[in-house]
Design a protein around this ligand. Structure first.
Ligand code: FAD
Length: 562
């Protein structure tokens, strides 16, 4: 098969039950749930799966302790319930995270209020698998085995939430599971128009037009009973474009739905005083905003830290596709970390990576604090705006994607939802063993079978779960694929081949940033890594009889350098 014809195997003449626009965590969750419940699903993603907002979060799977301040008890309860579900269903991707909140004289949050909040948080998560909170008194600073500031220290609390360091793979696992249940999920396919008919004074969405961006933007049309805009921060951009392209002319008045805020993060190497056994949830000295300093555990790679985030309303007209971290944000995150860890002395040169995303939050009144905008989600039926069979989803969190998906799919079918109990393709764990015993057993077994050290096996298990053996099987075919891609990281070359053959990766960026772990930790990597990935892309496309013409060279291989 040639890459130009990558979509030829699909039959777009038959009508779909549901077309999902956007392959972030929410679109992927809906695709999986809908396909599992027997709907005929097509998902279209303009870039790569999980490359939007879902790749730019703080990567916490959390109840949202902060939302208690805004009295959003139902959101906290839902999030805590989902935290448990994700811990149970994705143990290789979602792991418990111990967090500390230090309190200093002068902080906005007072110790009594924090203790009260903690009691409530524990109460709302009754029956949880994670331990309850602990309080540390003023004179117990010495018990914190970390170099945090000791002057004006009034005490601290420890509590548990969870972390999904490789959120991109959580998205992918839902995409692959949706596909295993019959959904068609296509990356690098951009929706440009909604096909509409006018019925009794309102518009009836009937399908979409989309372009294959890897194939000279070749256009396709597909028909569906229902269409759902799950483009995250791009929800309005897409709706506006639909108006411009006359998908919904004149009559329909699609309202503004997104009032996003920008949030940035930095990734830094291990620094003096930083704990790796727990994360810190701290109040910034300069403006009293909360921010996190987290161990960023990606497989078995070396210790790095994720620091963030900021929360800034977007400027009118700011381009969502070229948003980036500002110097002011970098200084803010470095300064606040140095304030908390007096021996850290972090400088800009210590930054390994930065990323920045836009929260797809609803619009809010002028003057409202960005942090106070609700993090709950809204499913909008546009029939009130005179467009039938067309929906948009606004807001949400990584944490609640499963319950959001259930709510969406319930609109289209009364078939039972199984996503709380059935596992995804990488989570097919035997029920007679707990996850840690399984890992122990299987690491030993694979280490012998594939002749690879236990550390490397563990790394793969944390990324691929029960699909690890499929990655390792490639090394039986070609033992050279056991080689590490780069000496400083645990990823092996088999992962590149696996990504191309089984995970719909087409570009260097798809592989480096969203399939293997290297691109998450750092953007200061050896250029040889790109050469290795490019080599395998060429080899694989040749193997599968694809043509390596100029177009592919430019688009698939050199894209990362541009
Ligand atoms: P996205 O992931 O953005 O997916 C939408 C997709 O639509 C994109 O991939 C885009 O390419 C695609 N698209 C757009 N237009 C088109 C088109 N025309 N055709 C086809 N595809 C299109 N949540 C938590 O639970 N925990 C956290 O710690 C957390 N921290 C956060 C920190 C920050 C700074 C941010 C920004 C968010 C954070 N969130 C967190 C929220 C969470 O990341 C988002 O709510 C979630 O990822 C949104 O997912 P989504 O699928 O709706 O959007």
């Amino acid at each position: 098969m040639r890459l130009e014809n990558r979509l030829d195997k699909y039959n777009f003449d038959e009508s779909f039950d549901l077309v999902i626009i956007g392959g972030g965590i929410n679109g992927a969750g809906v695709a999986r749930d809908a396909a599992e419940r027997g709907l005929k699903v097509l998902l279209l993603e303009k870039n790569d799966f999980g490359s939007g907002c879902s790749a730019h979060s703080t990567r916490l799977v959390h109840g949202g302790l902060r939302y208690l301040e805004h009295l959003e008890f139902d959101l906290v309860k839902e999030s805590l319930h989902e935290r448990e579900t994700l811990l149970r269903n994705y143990p290789h991707l979602v792991s418990p995270l111990r967090l500390m909140i230090p309190v200093y004289a002068g902080n906005k949050i007072k110790m009594w209020k924090l203790k009260l909040g903690m009691l409530l948080y524990d109460w709302l998560s009754a029956g949880k698998s994670l331990p309850s909170h602990q309080v540390l008194k003023e004179n117990q600073h010495n018990l914190i085995e970390a170099g945090i500031e000791s002057s004006n220290f009034l005490g601290a609390t420890f509590y548990y939430d969870a972390q999904v360091s490789f959120a991109e793979r959580l998205v992918l696992e839902n995409i692959l599971t949706a596909q295993s249940k019959g959904a068609i999920c296509l990356n690098h396919c951009e929706v440009s128009e909604i096909i509409c008919s006018k019925v009794h004074g309102s518009y009836h969405a009937q399908g979409v037009k989309f372009k294959d961006l890897l194939n000279s933007k070749r256009p396709y049309s597909v028909f569906a009973k229902n269409i759902i805009n799950m483009a995250g921060p791009w929800v309005d951009k897409l709706n506006n474009r639909l108006k411009e392209t006359n998908s919904f002319p004149i009559l329909a008045k699609l309202e503004r739905r997104i009032g996003g805020t920008k949030g940035s993060h930095i990734v830094v190497k291990k620094f003096r005083g930083a704990p790796y056994e727990f994360g810190i949830y701290n109040e910034a000295k300069s403006d009293g905003r909360p921010f996190f300093i987290l161990p960023y555990k990606i497989g078995m790679n070396d210790e790095v830290y994720l620091i963030g985030t900021t929360d800034i309303f977007l400027e009118p007209g700011e381009d969502l596709d070229s948003i980036g971290i500002s110097q002011k944000e970098i200084n803010y995150l470095l300064n606040e970390t140095n304030e908390l860890f007096p021996d850290a002395h972090l400088k800009e040169e210590d930054i390994l990576n930065t990323y920045c995303g836009v929260r797809p939050l609803p619009p809010t009144k002028k003057g409202k604090n960005a942090g106070a905008v609700t993090r709950r989600h809204f499913v909008i039926n546009h029939n009130k705006e005179l467009v039938d069979n067309y929906y948009s989803v606004v807001g949400g969190k990584l944490t609640t994607f499963r319950s959001l998906a259930k709510e969406v799919v319930d609109l289209f079918t009364s078939n039972r939802c199984f996503t709380d109990s059935r596992n995804t393709v990488g989570s097919q764990y035997p029920s007679y063993l707990n996850f840690y015993d399984y890992i122990k057993e299987i690491t030993k077994e694979y280490s012998q079978k594939y002749d690879i050290d236990a550390h490397s096996i563990l790394h793969l298990l944390m990324l691929y779960g029960t699909n690890t053996s499929k990655v390792l099987d490639l090394t039986l075919e070609n033992p050279l694929l056991k080689s590490k891609i780069n000496k400083d990281f645990e990823d092996i070359e088999a992962q590149i081949v696996y990504a191309i053959r089984y995970e719909q990766a087409y570009t260097v960026e798809d592989i480096l940033l969203r399939r293997i772990s290297i691109g998450l930790s750092t953007n200061k990597f050896d250029r040889d890594i790109i050469k290795t990935i490019s080599y395998h892309i060429k080899e694989e496309f040749d193997l599968q009889g694809r043509n390596r013409d100029k177009y592919q060279e430019e688009v698939l291989i050199n894209d990362f350098n541009n």
